[in-house]
Design a protein around this ligand. Sequence first.
Ligand code: SF4
Ligand code: URA
Length: 230
Amino acid sequence: MNRRRLARAVAENLRALGVTEVATESEADGILDDYRAGKRNRGKELSREMVLKREAEVVERCRKCGLGLQRTHAVYGDGDEYAEILFLGEAPGAEEDRQGLPFVGRAGQLLNRLLEQVGLRRSEVYIGNLLKCRPPENRDPLPEELAACRPYLDRQIAIIKPKIIVCLGLYAAQGILNTKESMARLRNSQHNIGDIVVIPTYHTAAALRFPGYKQQIYDDLCRARDLAYG
Ligand code: SF4
Ligand code: URA
């Protein structure tokens, strides 16, 4: 295949993944150069690293809602682009905003410990948030912020194609499942979005305040692990 045809095929591949910004052949050419420079490629699929990196760059410049004006860094997400399990929190906190990485503050350290306890490595899962920018003073996200940010999350899920989504906290669970049910009720029923199993659990920040939640998060993580790898 000659270079132009290959570039066009790459652009089409990206569009199929919902990445509409990639419209021109010259842009696709740039991606192709990276791609040829030895990035991972499984089967015929275009490297997900590349597509996610591109999305992260768009998010870093995004001003679709007011949070874009106040952040230090957007936090797109982090982990294995081929992960079976996608963890979703609510929004970046202060430390995440500083580092541009998800779950790196105290709640993140507890998440790391719980992952370790159930035998999951952080590097083999993917971690993101409903909102990519930090709400000031960690206030609750506004409906218009969630709506503005949602397409990034929907594309992220379409690109990563996880088997399981673990929702950390009520906001993530209610946002993904489009419901107002309580966490206690959500944890007691089965949820799917298409082929993806959704497992709602408590936020690790809540477990820092109420240590009793740790056991329940642990149990939910075991279920996620068994469904993903069992
Ligand atoms: Fe854009 Fe989402 Fe950040 Fe709002 S929160 S500026 S929609 S990336
Ligand atoms: N809490 C969240 O919901 N997300 C983070 O990234 C950090 C803390």
